[in-house]
Design a protein around this ligand. Structure first.
Ligand code: ADP
Ligand code: ZN
Length: 290
């Protein structure tokens, strides 16, 4: 089988072909500007490839409810040109109506990791991206979680850490998880880009504190067997021991599992070297065909 895979991001569209073994055969990247400019280039990449199916992991919020009138659309995104853009419809029309699988970018990355990476074979796992925004994908009992729309763990309320007087940057909530801990929040808080901060800057303790708070809530609600962290900010590897310790402190002995006893194998970085999103999109294509 030959699958098309699109990782649709706010800054770029990663387009690839791949197969059922998760091998990426050909790949290119197209800047995300406006649908009118970007989408014809995306379709051109795929059009002559005789694909069996297409998978799309898309920035959101998106409509992933299959029985919805607006299924496959991008919804109320801050990227105004893309609001209400019919992603699935546009791709289907451009690609002779082949089966198209569609999910959130974070569910795509999680699916890649569950199929070929850090959560291989597990039925219950979550994937956080901590970058320009914060999002989380979840698989529960073997199914990608959508529910009413899809989870928006980036916007859960945070308990403000003692002594922290940063107000947060989320336009809707101020000090939600994303408002306190995304890359641009770190930049606003520290006055320079997150990637330029020293490895031993005290801000990483604060960052880990908020990430651990969100992780603790997710452990108590979804009970994942593995927690995978990705996104630009997670490039700061010194965060891992801080996050793991703070998560255990938050749990405070209330649950005791073999996973928590081996926490360095429980809260882990993505294993697919930045390809988790595009590989997940390949898997979405395969699932659309089934
Ligand atoms: P996006 O979320 O837009 O898909 P990324 O996951 O790369 O893209 O996240 C970009 C954000 O991550 C920016 O705010 C940037 O400052 C931050 N970032 C990128 N690399 C690093 C790094 N090595 N350390 C800390 N922050 C980083
Ligand atoms: Zn928010």
């Amino acid at each position: 089988m030959l699958y098309g895979a699109l990782e649709a991001g706010g800054t770029k569209m990663v387009c690839a072909t791949g197969n059922e073994y998760g091998q990426i055969l050909e790949q290119t990247s197209i800047p995300t500007t406006t649908p009118e400019e970007t989408m014809p280039k995306v379709i051109e990449f795929f059009a002559d490839k005789e694909l069996d199916a297409m998978g799309i992991a898309c920035f959101g919020p998106v409509d992933v409810r299959e029985n919805s009138a607006t299924y496959g659309n991008i919804l109320f995104t801050p990227k105004i040109a893309w609001r209400n853009f019919p992603m699935v419809k546009t791709m289907k029309e451009g690609l002779k109506n082949i089966p198209v699988g569609f999910d959130t970018d974070v569910n795509g990355s999680l699916l890649g990791e569950v199929t070929w990476g850090a959560a291989k074979g597990l039925t219950d796992a979550v994937y956080f991206t901590i970058g320009t925004g914060i999002g989380m994908g979840a698989i529960s009992g073997g199914n990608l979680v959508h529910g009413m729309l899809h989870p928006e763990v980036g916007h859960i309320k945070m308990s403000i850490l003692e002594g922290d007087n940063f107000a947060g940057i989320c336009p809707n909530h101020g000090a939600c998880f994303e408002g306190m801990a995304c890359g641009p929040a770190l930049e606003k808080r520290c006055g320079k880009p997150a990637k330029d901060l020293a490895k031993d800057d005290p801000v990483w303790e604060i960052e880990a504190g908020y990430i651990a708070q969100a992780i603790t809530s997710v452990i108590f609600t979804l009970s994942p067997q593995k927690i995978i962290l990705g996104g630009g900010v997670i490039g700061q590897k010194q965060l891992f021991p801080l996050i793991r310790n703070k998560t255990l402190e938050n749990i405070n002995g209330y649950i005791d599992t073999k996973e928590l006893r081996n926490i360095s194998n429980y809260i882990v970085p993505a294993a697919l070297n930045g390809n988790q999103g595009i590989m997940g999109a390949v898997k979405l294509a395969e699932m659309a065909l089934a």
